[in-house]
Design a protein. Structure first.
Length: 325
C-alpha cells in the first residue's frame, strides 16, 4: 500500500511539473508573439525598428567594420534611441507638440522638405546661345563712353603766396613744360620724379589712368584741358588753378565702344541664371496654388494694425534683469 501511495505522489509531482513547464512555455510564447517581429524595443507602444537601430549604428560607426561593432556599442546606441523616444512620448502626452510655436515649426519643416523634393532649379543652367542672345539684346548697356588716358606733373603753390612767388612758380612751370615738350614719354616720367608735388602719380610717370568727363578723381580743369588736345602724345597749355600749376600730357584716346562679349560673359551668365531661377520660382508657386481656393480679405489687411514693439532697456555687463530697479 505504502509503495502504491508513493507512486501516486510521484506521479502527481511529475504531472504538476509538466503543467508548470507547459504554462511557462505558453507565457513565453504569448510575450514573444506580442513583441513586434521587426522591432528591437518599444516605448509606450512606439516601436524602434531594426532598421532604425541599424541606421543609427551606421551613422555612429560607419567607419568601423560591421563585425567589429560590439554588443555594448549596440546597446548604448539603442539606449540613446530609447531616451529620445521617451522624451518624445512625454512631450506628446503633455501636448507640447500641439503648441502654436511647435506647430509653426513643424509646418515650416514640412514646407522646406517638400519644397526641396519638389522644386528643382535645373533650369537656371544658362547655355552659351542664351548668353549670346542676351548680349545682342543688351542695347547700349555695355557701351563704354569715350575716355582718355592722361599723365600730369603738378607744381604746388600756396593760396596766400605773394605775386612775386606766383610769378616765380609760373616761370618754373613754363620751363618744365618746354622741357617736357622736347622729350618723349620716358623723359616726362623722369621730370615727374624730379619736380611733381603729387605723390600719387609722381613715381608712375604722372599716369592718371583712364577717365572721362565728370571723373571725380581728376581735377576738372585738367579734364577740360586734355579734352582739347587733339593728338595722343601732345601736351595741353599750362593749366593754372588755385592750388598750383598742372602740366598735362594726353597719352591715349579711346572712342565710345561696346565692351566685347568676353568681358561681360560671366555677368550675363549670372544675371540670366538669376532670371531663370526667378521664373522657375514663380512657376513653382503657381503650380502649388493651382486647384486651391484662395481668398484674401484686402479690407481687413488694410485695417490691420501692428503694435509697436516695446524697447528693452540696455543691459549692463554682468547685470541681469532682476538686478535692475
Amino acid at each position: 500500500m505504502r509503495s502504491n501511495l508513493l507512486a501516486w505522489v510521484a506521479l502527481a509531482f511529475v504531472a504538476a511539473g509538466t503543467l508548470s513547464c507547459r504554462k511557462s512555455a505558453e507565457k513565453d510564447a504569448v510575450v514573444s508573439s506580442a513583441f513586434p517581429a521587426t522591432a528591437v524595443a518599444t516605448i509606450g507602444g512606439q516601436e524602434i525598428s531594426e532598421e532604425t537601430l541599424r541606421s543609427e549604428l551606421r551613422r555612429r560607426f560607419g567607419a568601423t567594420p560591421a563585425e567589429a561593432v560590439t554588443l555594448e556599442q549596440k546597446l548604448e546606441t539603442l539606449e540613446r534611441l530609447v531616451r529620445q523616444e521617451a522624451i518624445f512620448a512625454q512631450a506628446k502626452a503633455s501636448g507640447f507638440d500641439q503648441s502654436p510655436e511647435m506647430q509653426a515649426r513643424i509646418k515650416n519643416l514640412i514646407i522646406a522638405q517638400f519644397r526641396e523634393q519638389r522644386f528643382t532649379n535645373a533650369t537656371s543652367v544658362v547655355s552659351e546661345q542664351e548668353i549670346q542672345t542676351a548680349y545682342e539684346a543688351s542695347g547700349d548697356r555695355f557701351v563704354q563712353p569715350a575716355s582718355m588716358r592722361g599723365a600730369m606733373l603738378f607744381i604746388a603753390q600756396p593760396a596766400n603766396a605773394s605775386a612775386e612767388k606766383k610769378a616765380e612758380a609760373r616761370r618754373r612751370a613754363e620751363s618744365i613744360l618746354a622741357e617736357a615738350r622736347a622729350g618723349d614719354a620716358q623723359a616726362f616720367a623722369q621730370l615727374c620724379v624730379r619736380h611733381s608735388d603729387d605723390q600719387v602719380t609722381r613715381y608712375k610717370g604722372g599716369d592718371l589712368g583712364w577717365f572721362s568727363r565728370g571723373a571725380a578723381a581728376v581735377e576738372p580743369a585738367l579734364v577740360d584741358a586734355l579734352e582739347k588736345v587733339s593728338k595722343a602724345g601732345d601736351f595741353a597749355p599750362l593749366i593754372e588753378t588755385s592750388r598750383g600749376y598742372f602740366i598735362a600730357r594726353l597719352v591715349e584716346i579711346r572712342d565710345a565702344a561696346r565692351k566685347p562679349l568676353a568681358e561681360v560673359k560671366e555677368l550675363l551668365r549670372h544675371q540670366s541664371a538669376r532670371d531663370k531661377a526667378a521664373l522657375a520660382e514663380r512657376d513653382f508657386h503657381a503650380a502649388m496654388k493651382h486647384g486651391l481656393e484662395i481668398r484674401i480679405d484686402q479690407a481687413r489687411v488694410e485695417q490691420l494694425s501692428i503694435p509697436t514693439q516695446k524697447s528693452q532697456p540696455p543691459r549692463l555687463p554682468g547685470v541681469t534683469m532682476s538686478d535692475t530697479p
